[in-house]
Design a protein around this ligand. Structure first.
Ligand code: ADP
Ligand code: MG
Length: 579
């Protein structure tokens, strides 16, 4: 318990018996520490500057960013990696709004985080009398997160923080907003009463045990399958039930397909991994078991051409209303993934459904063919470098350093890296997630380094990097073991587009042959310009061995790359444009 010594209070605040006092600042810090929070990600300013100082003084790690969106992304991915809500701290109105993108993205991705924003005075805001940074932040946050709370009195801080934590991590995890008006920070109360008002949340994310009946239904369906498939999503990675999931997959012998951030729960090189036969298994499977993956756009909503004929779905998810969101779920299995998978393993003891051999062979043949086709492209030494040559080098880096964390965003840089770079361990691949959002790069990389202490490799398209690039100063300031590789093809999708109308560049172009490596040098980090796969690999190896903040500018052929990467079909194109 932190308290303000009575002699530090103004005379009017000193009670007669000189009892110890505390205030809003200290109660918030105490409440967070009591609940195991160790790190706060944020940007200082009114009214939270002193709060950050005090938090540091009280032993919390405070990582200060250059823009709130990246602090928010850091908090979100910290939540994903640790199963405890990441904390993002911002100033009022504009800072709050900057953090909101990350809060909404966290909620969409089921990452637990708490956005704590200072706010202006309620009385003035509600009467719209023009306060400094006036904004009804609570109302604005509400539709964009799982829950939103405001604390007006120091004695309610304990409850406010407890509710925020429980809302973020219980059930389907998500973002929570906690509104703290400026006046709250300075409110003084009796220290002992303050201490008693704090709550250590007991069992914040209780196990949710599935009904026996639904486990049996799922196993029956699985047993009846001729061409079964398991799809692992990032909910499965989040659940940290790695051993149970691995046992289930291996016991059943069923081919599995990892969604992007689920790569590595089982290694991509596992004999049952169907990643290289994705089209085939989606189309040909008859029973599909989803574990912590939603049938959203990333899986073509579970219907249409990529899915071929009729399927029956088993869905394992903590959120009951996720079922039937796109297609009928024949066997819904509602509960936390650890409990559900363990219950299935228990049920399999007596009767293991072995996946049919012809199906396994068909998947294997397709997979081997595709891998063999890709191999020479990854070894290419084209000059200028293309995506495949560069990614072939980085693929080897991760193979040799399976414990490193890979952050990845871009268009072509994302789509190709996802397919090419094998992952070997769970929760090592962090990327653009459910929205395919650009701008997560440096925030994710920073939190990954801070939370795990492992080396981080961020593979960034030159466009994607631009959204969070200024945070390389943060990386250098905290001396984090982050190596950023920019796939620099001088533009969005490509660097060869032309505007025929004026001397302005095409709006998808950047300055040709930019030297992003020099940005890193400006902050004392290591900058390297790499023009061949060999130079690239050497630079990344050196960075990862040394742990020094490094940025490698990988010069990619400007003509390499396709419009919108692999999702060009989502980008409407006019048929009339060339008159
Ligand atoms: P991906 O993008 O990898 O397919 P999604 O984000 O679409 O993954 O799906 C993740 C799913 O996992 C969500 O529906 C979420 O409710 C679920 N989920 C998250 N954590 C758990 C958990 N501990 N137990 C069960 N389901 C979970
Ligand atoms: Mg580019």
């Amino acid at each position: 318990m932190v308290s303000v010594p009575a002699e530090k209070l103004s005379e009017s605040e000193v009670t007669e018996d000189q009892r110890e006092q505390t205030d809003g600042f200290h109660l918030i810090i105490d409440a967070l520490k009591l609940n195991g929070v160790e790190t706060i990600y944020g940007v200082p300013g009114i009214p939270i500057t002193d709060f950050g100082r005090m938090a540091q003084a009280e032993g919390l790690r405070v990582i200060a960013f250059r823009h709130e969106q990246h602090a928010g992304n850091a908090a979100a991915i910290a939540g994903y990696l640790t199963k405890s809500p990441g904390i993002c701290l911002t100033v009022s109105a504009p800072g709050f709004l900057n953090g909101l993108t990350a809060l909404a993205n966290a909620t969409t991705n089921c990452f637990p985080m708490i956005l704590i924003s200072g706010s202006s005075e309620r009385e003035i805001v509600d009467l719209q009398q023009g306060d400094y940074e006036e904004m009804d932040q609570l109302a604005i946050a509400k539709p964009l997160c799982k829950a939103a709370f405001r604390v007006l009195h120091a004695e309610d801080i304990g409850i406010g923080v407890a509710r925020a934590i429980r809302a973020a991590v219980s059930g389907r995890p998500g973002g929570v907003y906690l509104d703290l008006p400026a006046k709250l920070f300075g409110q003084v109360m009796d220290a002992e009463k303050g201490n008693q008002s704090l709550i250590k949340v007991i069992d914040p994310a209780p196990a949710q045990i599935p009904a026996l009946e639904s486990v049996e239904r799922a196993l029956e369906l699985l047993k009846s399958a001729e061409r079964p498939l398991i799809i692992l999503g990032k909910g499965a990675a989040y659940a940290q039930a790695d051993d149970a999931i691995r046992s289930l997959v291996e016991k059943t012998g069923i081919p599995f397909l990892p969604m992007s951030m689920a790569k590595g729960i089982l290694p991509d090189t596992h004999p049952q991994c169907a990643g290289a036969a994705r089209s085939l298994v989606l189309k040909e499977s008859d029973v599909v078991m989803l574990i912590g993956a939603r049938l959203n756009w990333l899986l073509s909503q579970g219907k249409g051409k990529p899915w071929g004929g009729k399927k029956q779905f088993i869905q394992v998810d903590i959120e009951p209303t996720e079922m039937d969101s796109n297609v009928e779920i024949a066997a819904p299995l509602v509960g936390d993934i650890g409990s559900c998978v363990s219950a299935m393993l228990e049920g399999l003891k007596s009767n293991s459904p072995a996946a049919p051999t012809d199906w396994i062979n068909a998947v294997k043949t397709k997979k081997d063919t595709n891998i063999a086709k890709m191999a020479p492209r990854l070894m290419n030494d084209n000059f200028p470098m293309d995506f495949h040559g560069a990614l072939g080098a980085l693929r080897t880096v991760i193979k040799e350093r399976p414990d490193a964390i890979l952050v990845n965003e871009g268009a072509n840089t994302l789509d190709l890296a996802r397919g090419i770079i094998d992952m070997y361990n769970p929760r090592k691949r962090l990327d653009v997630g459910t929205w395919g959002v650009m701008g997560i790069g440096m925030g994710f990389a920073i939190a990954a380094a801070v939370e795990t202490g492992k080396p981080v490799l961020a593979i960034e398209g030159d466009s994607a990097f631009g959204f969070s690039g200024m945070e390389i100063e943060t990386i250098c300031r905290y001396n984090l073991p982050v190596c950023v590789v920019i796939f620099n093809n001088s533009g969005i999708y490509r660097g060869t587009d032309v505007n025929e109308q004026s001397s302005d560049p095409a709006w998808t172009r950047f300055v040709t042959d930019s030297r992003y490596d020099k940005m890193m040098e400006a902050f004392g980090g290591v900058g390297v310009h790499a023009t061949t796969p060999e130079e690239l690999k050497q630079a990344v190896d050196t960075a990862m061995d040394s742990g020094k903040p490094t940025l490698v500018n990988a010069a990619i052929n400007p003509a390499a790359g396709s419009e919108s990467g692999r999702i060009g079909n989502l980008n409407p194109q006019s048929k009339l444009k060339k008159k």
